[in-house]
Structures are given as structure tokens and as C-alpha cells.
Design a protein. Structure first.
Length: 181
């Protein structure tokens, strides 16, 4: 019984593989995937000042990103990317999606602006330095993300830096390495 399904599946894979390879040659854009690390500052300084309390308002983040860029013409491109980060300190995790538009410089470096949506899950115990497990508190929030960034080619790899804000309330700086395909 298993052979009846295995043989057609193997045949389908054999026919699909050359098609996938040809599609990669036809696609005009460039994909990328990588890892990143950075700092996300929640900008709670005003709350600290107003209420005279000390809050841990930033967290280190470590995660992954992936995306695809399409050329718009000589030197210009548009694309999209996704990210997921796990956090330490004030951030438990965050994930999002953003569109990119930018320019490719001679030598292959890309400068871009991006905008999209980012969801952030906070670690309230870390922020307030208290055990808040007995309270039913909303510990996540999502809003628009805006930022600037640059990708620098290094053979088939890339090095990237980004500076983002989520609804102009927080600041997030990341750096990463990745692969282009």
C-alpha cells in the first residue's frame, strides 16, 4: 500500500525539482535569511520620572529574519521581510512583518526605509522587578514599526544594521548576518 503512494510522490518530486531550479533563474529578485541581535528600549523614562520608580525599560533581543526584494529599476528595489526575536530583560518575544523600499548602491550595498507591524510580548516581572503572576495584566502590544536600515554584501552573505521605532514610543537597534539566495 505504501509503495502505491511512494512511487507517484517520488515521480512528482523528480519532475518538480528541475522546475523549481528553473523558477529560481527566472525570478528577478533576491531573497535573504539570517540571524540578528540587538537592544529594544521601551522608552519608559517619563513613567519613571512621573512616578519616581525605577523600571527596567530595555531588553536584549536575539532572533531571525527573512525576506525578498524585487528590483524596481536601475538601483531601486521594493521588498518584504518577517522577523521573530526572543528577548531577555523587559522583552519576552516579538515578531512582525514589514515592507521595504530602497536603493542599491554600486558594489551591492542596500539602503532602505521600512514600515509594517510589530507585536511585542513584555516581561512585566522584569520591568517592575516584582512577581506579578497574581495579577491579570495585559503583557503584549502591537503597533506600526518604522525604520531605516542597510545591508552590506559580503560574497553570498550580508551584514545588516537597522534602527526602528514602534509607534514612536520605543527604539530598537539590531545588527545581523545572513545569506542571500
Amino acid at each position: 500500500m505504501k509503495t502505491k503512494f511512494l512511487i507517484p510522490a517520488a515521480a512528482a518530486a523528480a519532475f518538480a525539482l528541475p522546475t523549481a531550479a528553473q523558477a529560481q533563474d527566472v525570478l528577478p529578485g533576491e531573497g535573504f535569511i539570517g540571524v540578528q541581535a540587538g537592544v529594544h528600549d521601551l522608552g519608559l523614562g517619563d513613567i519613571e520620572d512621573d512616578f519616581g520608580i525605577d523600571l527596567d525599560s530595555s531588553g536584549t533581543i536575539l532572533g531571525v529574519f527573512a525576506g525578498y526584494d524585487l528590483p524596481l529599476g536601475p538601483g531601486a528595489f521594493v521588498g518584504a521581510e518577517v522577523n521573530y526575536n526572543t528577548g531577555f530583560g523587559a522583552i519576552d518575544s516579538e515578531y512582525g512583518i514589514a515592507g521595504r523600499i530602497g536603493t542599491r548602491l554600486p558594489g551591492g550595498a542596500k539602503l532602505y526605509a521600512r514600515g509594517g507591524y510589530q507585536q511585542v510580548d513584555f516581561d512585566l516581572d522584569e520591568i517592575f522587578d516584582e512577581d506579578l503572576s497574581g495579577f491579570d495584566l495585559d503583557d503584549d502590544d502591537g503597533d506600526y514599526i518604522l525604520g531605516l536600515g542597510a545591508d552590506f554584501p559580503l560574497g553570498g552573505s550580508l551584514i545588516r544594521v537597522n534602527l526602528d521605532t514602534i509607534s514612536f514610543d520605543t527604539v530598537r537597534a539590531t545588527a545581523g548576518v545572513g545569506f542571500k539566495f
